[in-house]
Design a binder for this molecule. Structure first.
Ligand SMILES: Cc1ncc(COP(=O)(O)O)c(C=O)c1O
Length: 459
């Protein structure tokens, strides 16, 4: 049977040869430390209690009444009211298909969340339109839909940052388009500048590529870098001048550890640059990867060439073929957009859990960064954001690359990382990506082993 070559050719290093070898080692009884993927609850991060209390009631609505009549119930009236209220608005419950975009009341909540996020931006806000928000099964689905829509032929090019999260290279491949690389400036904290964007665009155009969009991941995966205002401005100006759309992957917008998040929604205000912005329930302090919640927000809808169908209708049609995104993911996006109110009984616990998760992540990133200081030839640039560090390995044994480094690190210490080459990197450089999620005690144990391994390996 002949299969789709585009799918055969797709690569996805995050679940590639190193994690496959790690799984083999585990089957042989070895302990491994999975730092290859941003999957927080797999490494012991506890879910936010409020979210799970509400979700459990949504799935078992009869319990709302039972818990109300139970003097000893551990659920507060606030949680019971919240769940009841949600189900009233949901109308058809959790087991029915919803509107293809997701229920309007959830999209309205998401629009308010976006507005509140951007309210502090110096540009001021342009209200998000709930009709331009699509709830999705994670951000991956939103990204796939947008790329599928934009790529019409092999010559259609999508600019992606190198290094990048391989969802983008894989999906461009799958859709049969052309990947066009641009390179953030590593030594300047992975900032972006107009000249590099233009160089990449001009070179591809000279080779017959028709660039449609530029992908920006902020905070970034795999580098963890947080983009500054100037970098974002440069991307918007570049896109405006070259008539390109921006695909802003902003799934780590709450993983900032003191850094500032500037949304592309605020940055494109006053321009007509089409923007596709993605968010997810998988990341932030929520870490609900398995529940597959997300949204796609579209601004400055472009005209559809040679057709008078409105752009939004095409997106709607695409969403309709999937019927709807899953309802638990939808409910999570509602919970993220609508956290407990300040005066509620749940508020203190919610804030405490949120802060502890974020503080813990930052402490772990700091521990790992300090370990790099003890490794000769290892440099890590940029502010800490997202869930990753992407150190550069300046010294490696002759004729070896980062893949060999990561594989040997796994064999010797059980640490499972991803080689930089899996994300793409500037020619001649070597990196690895480290997801700073394992519990502190585990890091305390393994970091000295890594330092010793490194010393020995580069000798
Ligand atoms: C930058 C980026 N975008 C998208 C995703 C996928 O997110 P989701 O689980 O919402 O599909 C990830 C997952 O790691 C990611 O790092």
């Amino acid at each position: 049977m002949k299969l789709n070559q585009n799918i055969i050719d797709m690569e996805y290093a995050v679940r590639g040869r190193i994690p496959i070898r790690a799984a083999e080692l585990r089957r042989q009884g070895r302990k491994t430390i999975p730092c290859n993927i941003g999957n927080p609850q797999a490494l012991g991060q506890k879910p936010i209690t409020f979210y799970r209390q509400v979700l459990s009631l949504l799935e078992e609505p009869n319990r709302i009444k039972i818990e109300r009549n139970n003097q000893d119930s551990h659920l507060s009236d606030y949680v019971l009211d919240y769940a009841e209220n949600f189900l009233e608005k949901m109308e058809t419950g959790m087991g029915a298909y919803t509107d293809s975009k997701g229920p309007l009341f959830i999209r309205e909540a998401v629009a308010k969340y976006i507005d509140a996020r951007d309210a502090k931006s110096p540009e001021g806000i342009l209200h998000a339109n709930p009709e331009h928000i699509f709830l999705t099964d994670g951000a991956s689905e939103g990204a796939k839909n947008v790329l599928e829509l934009l790529i019409t032929a092999t010559e259609d090019g999508i600019m992606i940052p190198i290094p990048q999260y391989p969802l983008y290279s894989a999906t461009i491949q799958r859709c049969g388009g052309t990947q066009v690389n641009y390179y953030p400036d590593e030594e300047n904290g992975w900032t972006l500048d107009r000249e590099e964007l233009q160089r990449s665009c001009d070179e591809a155009t000279a080779n017959g590529v028709n660039i449609k969009a530029v992908v920006v991941i902020n905070p970034a995966n795999p580098t963890g870098a947080i983009l500054d205002r100037d970098s974002i401005k440069q991307v918007v100006e570049f896109s405006l001048e070259n008539r390109l759309a921006i695909i802003a992957d902003e799934v780590y917008q709450e993983n900032l550890y003191g850094g500032e998040f500037i949304s592309f929604a605020s940055a494109v205000k006053g321009t007509d640059v089409p923007l596709f912005s993605l968010h997810s329930a998988s990341k932030g302090f929520y870490g609900e990867c398995g529940h597959r919640g997300g949204y796609l927000e579209v601004r400055n809808l472009p005209q559809v060439d040679d057709n008078n169908i409105p752009f939004i209708d095409v997106l709607f049609k695409q969403a309709s073929v999937n019927l709807c995104s899953n309802t638990v993911g939808q409910a999570l996006m509602y919970l993220i957009a609508n956290p407990p109110e300040i005066e509620s009984e749940q508020y203190q616990q919610f804030i405490h859990e949120r802060q502890s998760i974020l503080d813990d992540l930052f402490d772990k990133a700091t521990m790992v960064r300090s370990a790099f200081d003890e490794m000769e030839g290892v440099e890590c640039f940029g502010k800490t954001g997202a869930m990753y560090l992407f150190p550069r390995l300046n010294i490696l044994p002759k004729d070896t690359g980062d893949f060999e480094y990561c594989m040997t690190l796994l064999e010797k210490t059980g640490l499972t990382t991803v080689n930089g080459s899996g994300f793409g990197q500037k020619k001649g450089t070597h990196h690895l990506r480290f997801a700073f999620l394992p519990p502190k005690e585990m890091l305390e144990r393994v970091l000295p082993e890594w330092i010793a391994f490194h010393k020995n390996y580069i000798r």
